[in-house]
Design a protein around this ligand. Sequence first.
Ligand SMILES: [Zn+2]
Ligand SMILES: [Zn+2]
Length: 301
Amino acid sequence: MLDVCLLGTAGMMPLPYRWLTSLMTRYNGSSLLIDCGEGTQIAMKEKGWSAKPIDTICFTHYHADHISGLPGLLLTMGNAERTEPLTMVGPKGLERVVNALRTIAPELPFEVRYVELTQPIEHLIQQGYHITAFRVNHNITCYGYTIEIPRAGQFQVEKAKDLGIPVNCWNKLQKGESLVLEGKTYTPDMVLGAPRKGIKLTYCTDTRPVTAITENAKNADLLIIEGMYAEKEKAAKAKQYKHMTFYEAAEIARDAEVSDMWLTHFSPSLVRAEEYMNEVRSIFSAAKLGKDGKTIELDFQ
Ligand SMILES: [Zn+2]
Ligand SMILES: [Zn+2]
C-alpha cells in the first residue's frame, strides 16, 4: 500500500489557505517527498505526518516555490535525531543549489547524498520505490516523476513442491530472494507467476504539455498535474510562462488513460476553481481539484 498526500496546491507563493505544491508518500516505513517550497514542513505538521522518515527528496526544478522550504525541513529532521542518510534527486546543479541553501543549515546528524539528473529520462530505486524522472518543458530544466511499487507474480505452490523446496524456505523466494539448498540455487522466477500490476503514481508540475508526460503517466493509478490557469483568457499566459491550463492537463490525463487525476499548482489569482470543473470533466471525467492535505491510499488490485 502506498499512502499519498498532496501537502499543498499553490503555485508561485503560499497563501494563508493554500500551501505550496508538494507531494509526500509513505511506503513500507520509508517516506518520499517531491518538492519542498516555503511552508512545506508546516503543511506536513498539519497533516500529522513526520519528516523524520523521509529517505528521499525529489525536486522538479529550482524555482523558489519548489525548494525554498528545504533548509528548515533539514533542520527539523536533524532535531529529530535522524542519522540515516538522505538522498536528494534533481536536475543538474542539485548539489550546488542545496549547498547554497545549507549555509543556514550546515550541521546535520545525517549524510546527504545527491543524484543529479542529466538524461531526458532516468530510473532509480530507493527503498522499494521505483522512480522514473522525465524531463518536461518549463523555462528552466524541470522533471516530472513517476513512482511505482512493482508487484511480483503469484507464488506457484505446485512448482515449489515439484522442485522439492521445503515449505519453510518459500518465504525467501516469495520476497524475491534467491535460495541455495544443498549446493543448488533456486531463483524467484522458478516459483513465481508473471508480475502482477503494481501501483503507479505520476507527479508533474511547471511545464507545457509534452508527450513525455503522457508516456510516463500511461495507465497510472493517479496523476497529480499542474493546472496553473483555469480562465480561458489565460491560455496565452500559460504558453508564455511555460505552464498549463486546466484543460491542457485534462487532455494529458485523458490521453494517458490514468484512473484518477488531481489538479494542483494553482495561480495565486485563481479563485472559485470549482466553476471551471464541468468543462474540465467533459475532457476527462475523473478530473478532480487538488486540495491541501488531500490523501489517498493506493493499493494493489
Ligand atoms: Zn512553480
Ligand atoms: Zn517553476
